[in-house]
Design a protein around this ligand. Structure first.
Ligand code: HEC
Ligand code: HEC
Ligand code: HEC
Ligand code: HEC
Ligand code: HEC
Ligand code: HEC
Ligand code: HEC
Length: 422
């Protein structure tokens, strides 16, 4: 078996799926198909050499993060070291409407320990596995992560907490001069520590392994690029520039020049990136997908497929049969305001489906059918129900060990007991 176990059958399946699902899509999708296939074939050719190390370093945290590149040079994440970031406080002085963004899960995807809400609310957490006992204990503004086997002890101050803990909050600390990712994470659903997602559930074989996993600077750079603002650019990571969390400038790019231009009333050149100008598919794949994982990344990397792919909404949406990813009504922003947390009331999404789908009433009344056609609602009505569409067609799926059910963005007729459609 080569690298991550990609076989010709897998490669063929990817090719076939993308072709079958989107026979009429424009050429960009063809590009993806060709590129994905090329990457898979390349992986097979290179064989054991370069890529064999993947399964060793790769795990399922974040979107299967350590495998695959995070795009580092984009309008919203420029390579230029001199690009100036203002921080969100400066932006919300003029942009009131977006001013709650810093309080969303994305806005707090990374927190320094001093302000980490979960660590403050849980001053002492403990856990035990085999001979190892763990303590995560608050002292003043710091929290110490300690593991002991009874003879030796590793104890380090946590530097950052990653995630809001729905599917786990993981900790980064420094040990022997290297960044470590904690072996344990906090889970909001159970209010306690448990193994970090993707880590084997067996008893760790050494104290060092029990503490966590050493991560390279390169990997850390990716973590900070997806969870933070301003610290990662090109192949550099400078933590003294870090603005914690996915804040305004993580998505709109550095904003100091924009502020100066707006203050000088130079409205013809706003000098800020607005992703609202992107097409629906580009927004999903290139923009949201730069952190949430694109169809291209997932279809070219076996480690990101299978059940874990339920975490990668851009991929799931792209492979949602019959749904045209280029249609504005299917854009991520049709259902989500990136400046707010996602709406949890399922009824909220009915109108999003009805933007395209007809009501069952249209089958009985020609007038209704005509009116709906006029509104652009030409897709079939549901023969089963007229509300809470997502409860059946976007099923919630638990990824093992995450203590959380992700919402499958592959919109479909889900059948009870069917295996997860990869
Ligand atoms: C001095 C006031 C001011 C500040 C501070 C400010 N903006 Fe703006 N911004 C404006 C004005 C005025 C506009 C143009 C009118 C509008 O769309 O509201 C604008 C437009 C925008 C747009 C839309 C651009 C487009 O092409 O449509 C974005 C995105 C934006 N600002 C983001 C930011 C971000 C991010 C920050 C912080 C780095 C920020 N702004 C700080 C005044 C400001
Ligand atoms: C710079 C990276 C980045 C970009 C770009 C990005 N996200 Fe996120 N997003 C994250 C991270 C990291 C989280 C995890 C937050 C957490 O729970 O800690 C997240 C979480 C979310 C959540 C879940 C929030 C919750 O309450 O659990 C939604 C919804 C979301 N993102 C939508 C979007 C959409 C839509 C786009 C594109 C318009 C987008 N994101 C672009 C990094 C990003
Ligand atoms: C490619 C971008 C990317 C990278 C790299 C990345 N993450 Fe994430 N991470 C995300 C996104 C997007 C989410 C939200 C969706 C999800 O939970 O899968 C997330 C979710 C998480 C969560 C769960 C958050 C919650 O609220 O439940 C944790 C914990 C986490 N990441 C930690 C890390 C750590 C630690 C690293 C580095 C070792 C890392 N991530 C690297 C994008 C990334
Ligand atoms: C996760 C990515 C993300 C973050 C973080 C983010 N934005 Fe946005 N922003 C977007 C997207 C995507 C759009 C386009 C929305 C659309 O067209 O529906 C947008 C649009 C805007 C606009 C234009 C609104 C309009 O009516 O055209 C402004 C202004 C803006 N954002 C300001 C901010 C400010 C200020 C912050 C921080 C407090 C912020 N954004 C944080 C993704 C983000
Ligand atoms: C951009 C327009 C659009 C939106 C938005 C949309 N759909 Fe669809 N959907 C379609 C089209 C087109 C088809 C193909 C069949 C047809 O014409 O009805 C389809 C097919 C389906 C199917 C059948 C799939 C299959 O495998 O046979 C289901 C179920 C479905 N949609 C549910 C939903 C739900 C639930 C929502 C909201 C969460 C939604 N759709 C949003 C356009 C859309
Ligand atoms: C209680 C679960 C449930 C809810 C809620 C639900 N559906 Fe369905 N839907 C189904 C099932 C089951 C089928 C398959 C029926 C069949 O094949 O006989 C289906 C079929 C469909 C189809 C395919 C129709 C066709 O002729 O091929 C579409 C489109 C659809 N649903 C859209 C929606 C929309 C839009 C909503 C919300 C207004 C919705 N559904 C709500 C269970 C549900
Ligand atoms: C047709 C509507 C729709 C579209 C389009 C859509 N989402 Fe969602 N999304 C949902 C629903 C429904 C939920 C579940 C909300 C809840 O119950 O908490 C959700 C939840 C999420 C979450 C939280 C994690 C989870 O699994 O519950 C993330 C992250 C997310 N969406 C990202 C995206 C991204 C990125 C895109 C574009 C590729 C996107 N969504 C497009 C409807 C949509």
């Amino acid at each position: 078996m080569v690298c991550s176990g990609v076989t010709e059958a897998d490669a063929e399946a990817v090719r076939r799926r993308l072709v079958v699902m989107h026979p009429l899509l424009p050429s960009r999708k063809l590009d993806i198909r060709v590129k994905a296939t090329a990457i898979i074939l390349l992986a097979m050719l290179i064989g054991g050499g370069l890529w064999i190390s993947w399964p060793l370093t790769s795990r399922a945290q974040g979107p299967g993060m350590s495998s695959g590149e995070v795009p580092m040079t984009t309008p919203w994440r420029p390579r230029d070291r001199n690009a100036k970031y203002s921080g969100p406080e400066a932006c919300v002085k003029c942009h009131q409407e977006e001013s709650h963004q810093h309080a969303t899960a994305m806005g707090r995807a990374l927190e320094p320990v001093a302000t980490s809400e979960i660590l403050r609310a849980h001053p002492r957490l403990t856990f035990r596995t085999g001979p190892y006992s763990y303590e995560v204990v608050r002292r003043g503004d710091q929290t110490f992560y300690t593991v002991t086997d009874g003879k030796d002890t590793i104890s380090e101050p946590i530097l950052y907490s990653f995630g809001q803990g729905k599917a786990g909050q993981t900790y980064i600390f420094r040990h022997n001069g290297t960044f470590y990712e904690s072996h344990l994470s906090f889970y909001r659903d159970v209010g306690a520590l448990d193994f970090t997602i993707g880590y084997p559930r067996d008893v760790p074989s050494s104290l060092d392994e029990a503490a966590g996993r050493a991560i390279s600077i390169d990997e850390a750079r990716h973590c900070f690029a997806c969870h933070g603002t301003g610290a990662a650019y090109g192949n550099q990571l400078e933590l003294d520039r870090l603005i914690p969390g996915v804040t305004c400038e993580a998505c709109h790019g550095p904003g100091v020049d924009h502020i100066a231009a707006m203050q000088a009333k130079k409205f013809q050149n706003e000098r800020i990136f607005n992703p609202g100008g992107m097409g629906a598919d580009e927004l999903a794949q290139e923009f949201c997908g730069s952190c949430h994982r694109s169809a291209e990344q997932v279809s070219s990397n076996k480690l990101l497929r299978g059940l874990i792919s339920v975490r990668f909404q851009p991929y799931r949406i792209f492979t949602s049969r019959s749904h045209d990813p280029d249609d504005k009504r299917m854009a991520c922003t049709a259902c989500h305001n990136p400046h707010e947390n996602p709406v949890q009331d399922m009824a909220f999404y009915d109108a999003k489906c009805f933007a395209c789908h007809r009501s069952s009433q249209s089958l009985k009344s020609a007038a209704t059918a005509k009116a709906e056609t006029k509104e652009g609602r030409t897709s079939k009505p549901c023969p089963v129900a007229q509300r809470l569409c997502v409860s059946c067609h976007m099923p919630k799926v638990e990824f093992p060990g995450s203590h959380f059910k992700f919402t499958d963005h592959r919109i479909r007729i889900a059948k009870a007991g069917e295996p997860f459609p990869n």
